[in-house]
Design a protein around this ligand. Structure first.
Ligand code: 5GP
Ligand code: MN
Length: 319
């Protein structure tokens, strides 16, 4: 980690009375867990903190302390403005206007654009929450049991339960420390990664019934109609993309999720050895080598055909 940036961020946070923390739209467990984990530690030190997420907190993370106080838009007038788990400033969506300055950017996406006054970006970190598990005590704040639970949730979701290829013994030790600080591992694991709604399984059924495979590429789509039929009320893939790449012989899984605004949310997942973040960047998105995403304008058919062509090219170049 950049020691100067870490020290500068600590100074800004210690000096602030009010802090506004923002993370990305369509938040995952690392977005929610990092934002709440930092907020709860700062609140325990007497600061007034708000967490803003454009799309609110998904039901699998609503059990975390502070989830009920999350607002939809950040406060540009707070003493310290922090963005967590965002590769660029537009990731906040409607929670943060791109011309509002950010003081501290804490992130682990290798596509990060260093958009803040102080940037702490560690692409090797398994999760932004893992970075915060180290940073919060370094800054002189205490990780309470509630903060530890939020941070462990971020680590669990970004590593899919400690099984991504970037896992290290160091990350396991950080997670173990969070358990020692009071985070209930098996309960948090079940809530974040195992439990699902009946509607989500029906939605998966729609997508799985159209699953396609071509060499190492496995893909499917989820339409607005699928959401209506299944009763699933989200605009995401309900984590189905992670299962596409579990098919024996698959190298890359891609899912296309039709959006109500005429765009398509594309998510890629890759086995070790492939870097799908490059393709995501080409389509205006970003992410990591094994997991990346983009929101692409166009109809489902148009976007699917352009993205599959680019993904096939990556596969043949790499093979
Ligand atoms: P997912 O496809 O599951 O939404 O996200 C996979 C990874 O790609 C996550 O790390 C996420 O932050 C990143 N990602 C997804 N969509 C976008 C996007 O539109 N822009 C950027 N920069 N990153 C994205
Ligand atoms: Mn993350």
């Amino acid at each position: 980690m950049d020691d100067l940036a870490v020290a500068a961020a600590g100074e800004r946070l210690r000096a602030a009375k009010t802090v506004s923390i923002v993370s990305h739209q369509r938040p995952d467990g690392d977005a929610v867990g990092s934002a709440l984990g930092l907020a709860l530690a700062l609140e325990a030190a007497g600061k007034t903190v708000t967490v803003a997420l454009a799309d609110g907190v998904p039901s699998s993370f609503q059990h975390l302390a502070g989830a009920d106080r999350v607002v939809r838009q950040g406060d540009p007038h707070a003493d310290c403005k922090v963005m967590v788990d965002c590769g660029d400033i537009t990731r906040g969506g409607s929670a943060w206007l791109p011309d509002w300055p950010i003081d501290i950017n804490i992130d682990h996406h290798k596509t990060n654009t260093h958009f803040a006054a102080v940037n702490i970006v560690v692409p090797d970190a398994v999760a932004t929450a893992a970075m915060l598990a180290e940073l919060i005590p370094q800054w002189g704040f205490e990780i309470t049991p509630e903060s530890a639970s939020a941070l462990l949730t971020g680590m669990l979701t970004d590593t899919i339960g400690f099984r991504t290829s970037n896992m290290t013994s160091h990350a396991l030790r950080l997670a173990a420390d969070l358990v020692d600080k009071g985070a209930p591992l098996s309960e948090l694991y079940f809530k974040a990664l195992v439990e699902r709604s009946f509607e989500a399984l029906r939605y998966w059924g729609q997508g799985l019934s159209r699953i396609r495979r071509e060499d190492g590429l496995v893909w499917t789509s989820l339409t607005l109609e699928d959401r209506k039929i299944s009763g699933y009320n989200g605009n995401d893939d309900a984590d189905l993309v992670g299962y596409l790449v579990t098919v024996r012989g698959a190298a890359i899984g891609v899912i296309f999720v039709e959006q109500p605004d005429g765009t398509v949310k594309v998510s890629w997942r890759a086995r070790p050895g492939w870097d799908v973040s490059q393709i995501a960047v080409r389509f205006g998105g970003g992410g990591h080598a094994p997991a990346a995403g983009a929101t692409v304008p166009g109809s489902l058919d148009e976007v699917q055909s352009a993205v599959l062509t680019a993904t096939r090219e990556l596969l043949t170049e790499t093979l």
